[in-house]
Design a protein around this ligand. Structure first.
Ligand SMILES: [Zn+2]
Length: 342
């Protein structure tokens, strides 16, 4: 996690570090994150707990319908209220009252904690002791909403939430969780015989690339309706799987998001091998995945090695095999690159 913010000291990087690297004992952080993004875009700056309770409990109730495991501990009175609401046993007003009382105990305090420390940047301040009782959104958050990457952030939160709750629900030894990719559907799955779709591959990977094209660092979009929707690119081209190189070729370790121009524009990559210098970038991106708790971490470890050194060797060995056999066109680079984002 320490390198994640790295050269890119932007508000978006701090935000993403919370979503991707904050501790998870419950999914409340994701519900709060989604609520904050919504409320900030509505232009409000002071949010009472009651106002916050509406989107917050809505997101949790919606997720409970898909996945009942939203907390590591065995029970939560607040989640029970959400379940009662889903079952039609209490009204929305009763749910909101319960949320104000029970829902925010830890999440408001802990939201900015990453790696056992507090980030130097805050997206809201705790005003529960003021007469209005609520939170005040900071200029940082309002600024994020104005910026390009804002449109990617809700998708990224949702994808991370789906991955975490799926890992909890499976409740099998975490070392056994492997996430796989379906090329045709663009979705990440878990399980072998009974596959469960988790989330869009784009949404899951975007945050680790800071919403940028892997090769040229141009802004990308993960909104399926957007014109500049990112492509999911196989760094080691798919054709190599015919030679048993870069196995598993569809593993998340080999999937990067690229702008259309880099992937299949006039001088695009197509099925060429990227220039050697991109190996280091892939290594870094995979280390980002490897230090973000389950289940992508376990997947990266199983597929490419348990630490950074092993993973460097894995990439390098495959690269050497791919180029020495002259199996493939090598040394593709984009025509132009924006400043490094990671
Ligand atoms: Zn690009």
């Amino acid at each position: 996690m320490t390198d994640f913010i790295g050269v890119d000291l932007t508000l978006e990087s701090y935000w993403r570090s919370i979503i991707l690297y904050g501790e998870n004992v419950a999914s409340y952080k994701f519900a709060l994150a989604k609520s904050l993004l919504e409320l900030a875009s509505a232009g409000k700056t002071f949010i009472t707990l009651k106002e916050l309770a509406l989107p917050f409990s809505r997101h949790l109730s919606e997720h409970l319908r898909v996945c009942d495991k939203q907390i590591i501990s065995s029970s939560s009175r607040f989640l029970d209220k959400c379940r009662e609401f889903n079952a039609g046993n209490i009204t929305i007003d009763e749910l909101i009252d319960a949320t104000v009382k029970l829902g925010f105990n830890n999440v408001i305090n802990a939201f900015h904690n990453v790696n056992r420390g507090e980030l130097p940047v805050r997206f809201f301040t705790d005003e529960r002791r003021s007469s209005n009782k609520g939170i005040a959104l900071t200029n940082n958050l309002l600024e994020v909403v104005e910026r390009y990457q804002y449109r990617n952030l809700p998708y990224e939160v949702e994808a991370r939430w789906r991955l975490v709750e799926t890992a909890w629900e499976l409740n099998i030894s975490r070392n056994l969780i492997v996430v796989s990719y379906d090329n045709d559907l663009g979705l990440l799955f878990t399980g072998n015989r009974r596959r469960t779709a988790i989330t869009s591959c784009r949404d899951a990977l975007s945050g680790y690339q800071k919403g940028k094209c892997f090769y040229c660092f141009d802004d990308i979009s993960i909104d399926e309706k957007a014109e500049n929707l990112a492509d999911v690119d196989h760094f080691f081209p798919h054709v190599l799987s015919n030679y048993g190189i870069a196995d598993p070729i569809d593993g998340v370790w080999n999937l990067v998001l690229a702008c259309k121009n880099c992937n299949r524009g006039k001088k695009g990559k197509f099925d060429r091998m990227p220039h050697r210098r991109f190996l280091e970038r892939l290594q870094q991106r995979n280390d980002f995945l490897g230090s973000s708790l389950h289940p992508l971490r376990e997947t990266i470890i199983q597929q490419t090695g348990k630490n950074s050194e092993q993973r460097v060797r894995f990439l390098w060995n495959n690269y050497v095999q791919a180029i020495t056999g002259r199996l493939i066109n090598t040394s593709w680079s984009p025509e132009f690159e924006y400043p490094r984002a990671f």
